[in-house]
Design a protein around this ligand. Structure first.
Ligand code: 5GP
Ligand code: ZN
Length: 109
Protein backbone atom coordinates (compact mmCIF):
# COMPACT_ATOMS: atom_id res chain seq x y z
CA UNK A 1 0.00 0.00 0.00
CA UNK A 2 1.33 3.38 -0.96
CA UNK A 3 0.88 5.11 2.38
CA UNK A 4 3.51 7.53 3.64
CA UNK A 5 2.71 6.91 7.31
CA UNK A 6 2.90 3.13 6.86
CA UNK A 7 6.33 3.74 5.36
CA UNK A 8 7.32 5.86 8.36
CA UNK A 9 5.97 3.19 10.76
CA UNK A 10 7.94 0.51 8.86
CA UNK A 11 11.09 2.69 8.77
CA UNK A 12 11.06 2.62 4.97
CA UNK A 13 11.38 6.40 5.04
CA UNK A 14 13.05 8.38 7.81
CA UNK A 15 11.26 10.49 10.37
CA UNK A 16 12.19 12.26 13.54
CA UNK A 17 10.91 9.52 15.81
CA UNK A 18 9.97 10.39 19.40
CA UNK A 19 8.32 7.21 20.61
CA UNK A 20 7.75 3.65 19.51
CA UNK A 21 6.12 0.58 20.97
CA UNK A 22 4.57 -2.57 19.55
CA UNK A 23 1.44 -0.78 18.32
CA UNK A 24 2.23 2.91 17.93
CA UNK A 25 4.84 5.38 16.72
CA UNK A 26 5.13 9.13 17.31
CA UNK A 27 7.25 11.50 15.25
CA UNK A 28 7.61 15.22 14.68
CA UNK A 29 5.43 16.81 12.00
CA UNK A 30 7.28 17.93 8.89
CA UNK A 31 5.44 21.30 8.88
CA UNK A 32 5.01 22.18 12.54
CA UNK A 33 2.10 24.43 13.45
CA UNK A 34 3.40 25.03 16.98
CA UNK A 35 6.82 25.01 18.68
CA UNK A 36 6.13 21.38 19.53
CA UNK A 37 4.08 19.44 16.98
CA UNK A 38 4.18 15.70 16.70
CA UNK A 39 1.95 12.99 15.29
CA UNK A 40 0.89 9.75 16.93
CA UNK A 41 -0.09 6.91 14.60
CA UNK A 42 -0.97 3.25 14.96
CA UNK A 43 1.39 0.93 13.10
CA UNK A 44 -1.68 -0.75 11.61
CA UNK A 45 -3.19 1.16 8.73
CA UNK A 46 -6.59 2.73 9.31
CA UNK A 47 -7.56 5.43 6.80
CA UNK A 48 -9.26 7.64 9.34
CA UNK A 49 -10.96 7.72 12.71
CA UNK A 50 -14.05 6.32 10.97
CA UNK A 51 -12.17 3.10 10.22
CA UNK A 52 -10.96 2.32 13.72
CA UNK A 53 -12.55 -0.96 14.66
CA UNK A 54 -11.59 -1.57 18.27
CA UNK A 55 -11.45 0.17 21.61
CA UNK A 56 -7.94 -1.17 21.98
CA UNK A 57 -6.79 0.79 18.93
CA UNK A 58 -8.14 4.02 20.44
CA UNK A 59 -6.51 3.19 23.74
CA UNK A 60 -3.18 2.31 22.11
CA UNK A 61 -3.03 5.66 20.34
CA UNK A 62 -4.31 7.97 23.03
CA UNK A 63 -2.78 6.37 26.09
CA UNK A 64 0.76 7.11 24.92
CA UNK A 65 0.14 10.85 24.53
CA UNK A 66 0.40 11.79 28.23
CA UNK A 67 3.53 9.66 28.54
CA UNK A 68 5.19 11.40 25.60
CA UNK A 69 4.06 14.81 26.85
CA UNK A 70 5.63 14.10 30.22
CA UNK A 71 8.84 12.95 28.58
CA UNK A 72 8.96 16.18 26.55
CA UNK A 73 8.10 18.33 29.58
CA UNK A 74 4.76 19.47 28.15
CA UNK A 75 1.85 20.05 30.49
CA UNK A 76 -0.66 21.83 28.24
CA UNK A 77 -1.24 20.67 24.71
CA UNK A 78 -3.87 20.40 22.01
CA UNK A 79 -4.80 17.16 20.25
CA UNK A 80 -6.47 17.23 16.84
CA UNK A 81 -7.75 14.44 14.63
CA UNK A 82 -8.75 15.74 11.21
CA UNK A 83 -11.23 13.29 9.73
CA UNK A 84 -12.04 13.62 6.05
CA UNK A 85 -10.79 15.98 3.38
CA UNK A 86 -13.09 18.90 4.18
CA UNK A 87 -12.04 18.65 7.83
CA UNK A 88 -8.40 19.09 6.83
CA UNK A 89 -7.21 15.50 6.57
CA UNK A 90 -4.48 15.21 3.96
CA UNK A 91 -2.81 11.92 4.92
CA UNK A 92 -5.23 9.01 5.00
CA UNK A 93 -3.60 6.98 7.75
CA UNK A 94 -5.13 8.04 11.03
CA UNK A 95 -2.94 10.34 13.08
CA UNK A 96 -3.38 12.46 16.17
CA UNK A 97 -1.72 15.86 16.03
CA UNK A 98 -0.27 16.91 19.37
CA UNK A 99 0.71 20.57 19.57
CA UNK A 100 2.18 22.63 22.38
CA UNK A 101 4.31 25.64 23.18
CA UNK A 102 1.95 28.40 22.15
CA UNK A 103 -1.53 29.64 23.02
CA UNK A 104 -4.46 27.92 21.30
CA UNK A 105 -7.74 29.71 20.71
CA UNK A 106 -11.12 28.15 21.17
CA UNK A 107 -13.32 27.77 19.08
CA UNK A 108 -10.62 26.43 16.80
CA UNK A 109 -12.15 27.87 13.59
P1 5GP B 1 -3.58 16.12 8.21
O1 5GP B 1 -3.69 17.32 7.33
O2 5GP B 1 -3.84 14.84 7.41
O3 5GP B 1 -4.38 16.18 9.46
O4 5GP B 1 -2.08 16.08 8.69
C1 5GP B 1 -1.04 15.49 7.99
C2 5GP B 1 0.23 15.99 8.61
O5 5GP B 1 1.28 15.15 8.21
C3 5GP B 1 0.58 17.41 8.19
O6 5GP B 1 0.67 18.22 9.35
C4 5GP B 1 1.91 17.25 7.47
O7 5GP B 1 2.80 18.31 7.74
C5 5GP B 1 2.42 15.93 8.02
N1 5GP B 1 3.24 15.18 7.09
C6 5GP B 1 2.94 14.88 5.79
N2 5GP B 1 3.91 14.14 5.25
C7 5GP B 1 4.85 13.95 6.22
C8 5GP B 1 6.09 13.25 6.24
O8 5GP B 1 6.55 12.64 5.28
N3 5GP B 1 6.78 13.29 7.42
C9 5GP B 1 6.30 13.94 8.52
N4 5GP B 1 7.06 13.90 9.63
N5 5GP B 1 5.13 14.60 8.53
C10 5GP B 1 4.41 14.60 7.39
ZN1 ZN C 1 -0.88 3.66 6.28
Amino acid sequence: MDCIFCKIANKEIPSNLIYEDEKVVAFYDLSPQAPVHFLVIPKKHYSSLNDIDSKEAFADIFSVIPKIAEKLGIKDYRTVVNTGESAGQSVFHIHVHVMAGREFKWPAG
